[in-house]
Design a protein around this ligand. Structure first.
Ligand code: NAG
Length: 351
């Protein structure tokens, strides 16, 4: 049997990071090593798969731009449409969940797409990058990874981008979906899933294959709820041209009553429909789109998505030219009490 073809795309991050001594796990330089250097460190990769590699960018993940995300999705889609069995992307962990969720919404393929990062730089004692990369390639090469969308691999776990978040700034067991859990684990670096392939009940696919990647995506700002919040920040965001706003509200997405009124009046006064998606600063839970949150009826509920994932989905919805009613459809597809038990996928095109 010929080994499966797996393509590894490098983007930088801690997995490609370097420090001056082996005890250093903070304050190192990320994105120093190339993807080919990472591959050379793990000879078993070549036994697991016939590898191709390509360096897309080499940056710390906070520096990834929306134009780079679009180019990445277009490049990965082309690769998946070819003869490869699966794709691995090495990525910094700070924003790996955003990139993974973006790819989840913009790639259409049954083939596995696996994002791999590391919490320790390549130069550290017990660096986690090499084992994470081997696990990621084994998953991308395995038939069991098909029809599961995009996955994140770190610390022997297989994670769903929609629900998984970085929970700890330093520790190896940082990536968790506290409520929904992991999809599977690695035993002897081989993937083991807990359940057959499944997709979320409400999913949106944004077709970006024909869009002008260089133009990037519309700006969306996230504003964080807290006591004593100055609502002028919202006015500033709108005046600076935000195409939409995500609110990381208190509790289940709540706002101080007066601020909520002010926010919605800035939005409405501007004379253009600026969609406002309510999310939460709380680590997990559901935010609906009703008037209960001090924000009025025009507010859209972010559901189970974290603010930064609401932002990614709102950017795509704006780029697809959707009006506020359609954006509500995108976000509120899985309402409490909804009778649908079938996966419903809405498709949108970005030109
Ligand atoms: C995406 O859109 C392009 C045209 O822009 C079309 O050719 C292609 O079939 C679409 N892809 C999917 C998966 O629907």
């Amino acid at each position: 049997m010929p080994r499966p073809k797996v393509t590894i795309f490098g983007t930088g991050g801690t997995i490609a990071g370097s420090a001056s001594d082996a005890c250093q796990t903070t304050g190192y330089a990320p994105a120093v090593l190339t993807v080919d250097a990472l591959i050379r460190e793990v000879p078993e990769l070549g036994l697991a798969a016939q590898l191709r590699s390509e360096q897309l960018v080499n940056v710390g993940s906070p520096d990834i731009t929306s134009a780079q995300l679009l180019r990445m999705a277009q490049r990965i889609q082309r690769e998946l449409d070819g003869d490869c069995h699966g794709v691995v992307v090495t990525h910094g962990t700070d924003t790996i969940e955003e990139t993974a969720f973006f790819l989840e919404l913009t790639i259409k393929s049954d083939k596995p797409v696996v994002l791999v990062g590391a919490m320790r730089p390549a130069t550290a004692h017990s660096a986690d990058g090499p084992m994470n990369l081997l696990c990621g390639v084994n998953l991308a090469a395995n038939r069991c990874g098909r029809k599961r969308g995009v996955m994140i691999v770190l610390n022997d776990r297989i994670c769903a981008p929609r629900f998984t978040t970085k929970t700890n700034a330093n520790s190896l067991d940082s990536f968790k979906a506290v409520e929904q859990g992991y999809l599977g684990v690695f035993v002897n670096s081989q993937p083991v899933f807990y359940y057959p392939p499944c997709r979320p009940l409400s999913h949106n696919y944004f077709n970006i294959t024909a869009c002008n990647a260089a133009a990037g995506l519309p700006d969306v700002d996230i504003l964080y709820g807290h006591l004593g919040l100055r609502s002028g920040l919202f006015k500033a965001a709108i005046e600076q041209g935000a195409g939409g706003i995500v609110l990381a509200g208190m509790g289940a997405g709540c706002w101080n009553t007066e601020d909520g009124k002010r926010i919605m009046s800035f939005v409405e006064k501007k004379g253009r429909a600026v969609p406002v998606v309510a999310s939460r600063r709380t680590p997990s839970g559901f935010v609906g789109g009703t008037a209960n949150y001090g924000l009025g009826d025009s507010c859209i509920g972010g559901g189970f998505l974290d603010p930064h994932k609401c932002r990614i989905q709102l950017q795509l919805a704006l780029a697809a030219g959707l009006d506020v009613a359609s954006i509500r459809e995108v976000f509120e597809g899985n309402r409490p009490g909804a009778a649908a038990a079938e996966v419903r996928i809405r498709e949108w095109r970005i030109l």
